[in-house]
Write a protein that binds this ligand. Sequence first.
Ligand SMILES: NC(=O)c1ccc[n+]([C@@H]2O[C@H](COP(=O)([O-])OP(=O)(O)OC[C@H]3O[C@@H](n4cnc5c(N)ncnc54)[C@H](OP(=O)(O)O)[C@@H]3O)[C@@H](O)[C@H]2O)c1
Length: 333
Amino acid sequence: MASPGSSGRCSRTPGFPAGPLGGGGRAVPAVGLGTASLRSVGEESFRGALLAALEVGYRHIDTASVYGSERVVGEAVAGAARRGVIASPEEVFVTTKVWCTQCHPDLVLPSLRESLQNLQMEYVDMYLVHWPMSVKPTKPHYPMKREDIMPMDLRGVWQAMEECHQLGLAKMIGVSNFTTKKLQELLAFAKIPPAVNQVELNPVWQQKKLMEFCKAKGIHVTAYFPLGGRHSTSTVNPVLDSDVLKEIAAAKGKSVAQISLRWIYEQGVSMVTTSTKRERLKENIDIFDWQLSDEDRLNISQIPQHKTVSVLSILCPDGVSSVELSEVDVVEV
Ligand SMILES: NC(=O)c1ccc[n+]([C@@H]2O[C@H](COP(=O)([O-])OP(=O)(O)OC[C@H]3O[C@@H](n4cnc5c(N)ncnc54)[C@H](OP(=O)(O)O)[C@@H]3O)[C@@H](O)[C@H]2O)c1
């Protein structure tokens, strides 16, 4: 098991070091709150979840220009600081992401400036390239038209990300949904290597190959969909309905969600998860003072693998792309 380092001030979850030493970055808190569900749960419920998360101890909030949640995140963090829930807004580790429609060398910095304006913050802790894909410039949105996909200037986009860091607007920079192949391409020219790769990862999509690669290259992995995700396309949630996880949970007196989150933590991976319910938010960070047994880990390692998210989920079903989509979304096991 990887040993987490110290987290930022007052965080109630441990953190994992990421990014180059002395680069100004902080440890990534092990559990963060995802905010992609703003539109599906409604603003009032979403605000309640944000405040509850800060009250129970979350100190990492994951947002993105495409989620439409940055303004509400900024207001919630500022409000929590005013009411003394947190000592200052800087106590919260904030991640945001540049969307495919702004994944062009001249649009990355303006997109970050707009995100910072929405967040009412001077910098973010982590700025990520959301997908290794560029789409015709327009307002961030999805699903996107396949015919609007353009060849990506990865080198130019990454240089713009490096400029965001050099200007002090992003303490760390990284990527999301990058395969080992895309990471290799990026590492060949990056002056500042990506600190983080945020990807779908949980006991039913363990990403062993990608994990080994990232470990070897010193890239910290953050998991999204640690509980199988809110927008699972089928009624069965492959994580929460897993018989292997259910059995371990029953034997340990823990919830299935906690078994999944604890397994992720033991991989040395941080995660972003969501709930609209305070009790579940608390339950999901109550994973640090117990551990899985070797037998549990062995059983989990044998769970059949199932990927939920694909680039197709952010594209319109029809239309023709001039860019090979399998290049963006390689299935690696
Ligand atoms: N980089 C990317 O491309 C990318 C893609 C997708 C997501 N993300 C990030 O990852 C975040 C997390 O995604 P997500 O929320 O869909 O995935 P998730 O955390 O795997 O799933 C959340 C779902 O699990 C339920 N839940 C939470 N705690 C539970 C518990 N203890 N027991 C049972 N059910 C529980 C929630 O329902 P209730 O609300 O009813 O509790 C919610 O429906 C997103 O918000 C976003 O920030 C990033």
